[in-house]
Design a protein around this ligand. Structure first.
Ligand code: SAH
Length: 399
């Protein structure tokens, strides 16, 4: 069992064309094609030593993919730190130690490896009870990490019955690396709440673990309130609201299978099915209809998919956030609560708060910010890599 793919020969040497030494030493682990002097041919994932642009001194080690705009991902910057099995094992153990510190038996679904945030570039693993889902972010990581070996390590360290590797979006099928693919959805706990996840057909690795803390916030505020959960997926926010004592919860999503799972999750927690309404609809159309029939909610959650997949798409995304927040505010009763989330890494917190301000103003309302949230502690990010802090969660009281 190996954790890294074995490659013959010494690591490649790559030379910076720009002075990025400071950023890299501070922990920014990405070097783009344009910042390298040459792009020698190599297999994706080949180990490389990075030399500075001035005297050619070594400043870090990582893996290289000449075909990716993100040509080099830095794994280590300490002098003499070589990327070998011992190094990899230490990194995996350190990631596991953090989760053991964070969670007890009430939370059995968590992100175990958060790529760069755990010093494991491109390597993602989510654990759901006794199953884990592995994801390698592109050809570089797939050529560097040994997915099968890591799956074996995971199965042993956490006594798992299955480790499943997600395929690349739209490119390849997923496959099991350890054990059989579960025939039924996998049940896990999050803050004591039960969820069932479909690791093969679900989005991402099956569940949005990154909203855990924000769901908890909604549970604390839901008592006696009518709650609308837009872009509800498999009902994460809805179930928490129900358990928090919401008088009624409406979950809206465009995907009917997600809503069926939301209903199943609701019932899995012993909540009365009469308290949960599911609506398969486009959220914008639903909001227009609800406003026309003057429906109002006490607490509205808006957690859309990323509207900006690239920097170029940001202006359009901002406009969409504004429109959505305006429409959501229009169905929030006076002094009701509105929670708006954005998972687009290209839209920063300030820009998103601005979109909230514009949206609330478009709805001819005013709001107070009660709480700002983001990713939970099992989604750590290097301080020097703001691009990795993608999740924003703005809780407002709308006057
Ligand atoms: N809040 C969820 C995650 C939301 S993911 C959670 O905590 O688990 C985004 C969801 O938006 C997906 O389920 C997707 O099906 C849905 N979606 C995408 N476009 C939509 C639209 N126009 N209207 C309603 N739902 C949409």
């Amino acid at each position: 069992m190996t954790l890294l793919q074995s490659r013959p020969g010494p690591p490649l040497q790559l030379r910076l064309a720009r002075d990025l030494t400071r950023a890299i030493k501070r922990g920014h682990p990405w070097v783009y094609t344009k910042a390298l002097r040459q792009l020698p041919p190599a297999m994706p994932g080949a180990q490389a030593v990075l030399l500075d642009n001035k005297k050619g001194r070594e400043i870090g080690r990582g893996f290289y993919d000449p075909h990716s705009p993100l040509a080099l991902r830095i794994c280590a910057t300490e002098p003499g730190e070589t990327l070998n099995e011992h190094w990899a094992q230490k990194r995996l153990e350190r990631a596991l130690a953090l989760r053991r510190m964070l969670f007890d038996g009430r939370t059995t679904g968590f992100r175990l490896f958060n790529g760069e945030g755990d010093g494991l570039p491109g390597l993602i693993a989510d654990v759901y009870g006794d199953v884990a889902v592995l994801q390698l972010d592109g050809a570089g990581p797939a050529g560097f990490w040994d997915a099968t070996g890591i799956a074996g390590w995971l199965a042993q360290a956490l006594a798992l019955r299955c480790v499943y590797e997600r395929g690349e979006r739209g490119r390849s099928e997923g496959k099991s690396l350890v054990g059989d693919i579960p025939a039924a959805p996998v049940v896990f706990l999050e803050n004591g709440v039960r969820f069932a996840v479909d690791i093969v057909r679900g989005q991402k690795t099956g569940f949005f673990l990154d909203q855990r803390d924000n769901r908890q916030k909604i549970r604390e505020l839901a008592a006696g309130r009518r709650v609308l959960n837009l872009f509800g997926y498999t009902g994460g926010f809805s179930v928490y609201a129900g358990l928090g004592g919401a008088s009624q919860v409406t979950t809206v999503d465009i995907a009917a299978p997600a809503l069926a799972a939301a209903q199943a999750n609701w019932e899995l927690n012993g909540l009365p099915s009469t308290g949960h309404e599911i609506v398969a609809a486009d959220a914008f159309e639903f909001l227009a209809g609800a406003a026309a029939s003057q429906r109002l909610w006490d607490l509205v959650v808006v957690d859309p998919p990323s509207f900006a997949s690239s920097k170029a798409a940001v202006p359009k995304a901002i406009a969409a956030y504004q429109k959505l927040i305006a429409a959501a505010a229009a169905v929030t009763r006076p002094d009701g609560l509105l929670a708006a989330a954005s998972c687009s890494s290209h839209v920063g917190l300030e820009a998103f708060l601005n979109a909230c301000e514009e949206g609330i103003s478009l709805a001819r309302r005013r709001a107070t910010v009660l709480h700002l949230g983001g990713q939970p502690a099992d989604h750590p990010t290097p301080l020097a890599l703001p691009e990795f802090r993608y999740l924003k969660f703005v809780l407002m009281r709308v006057e």
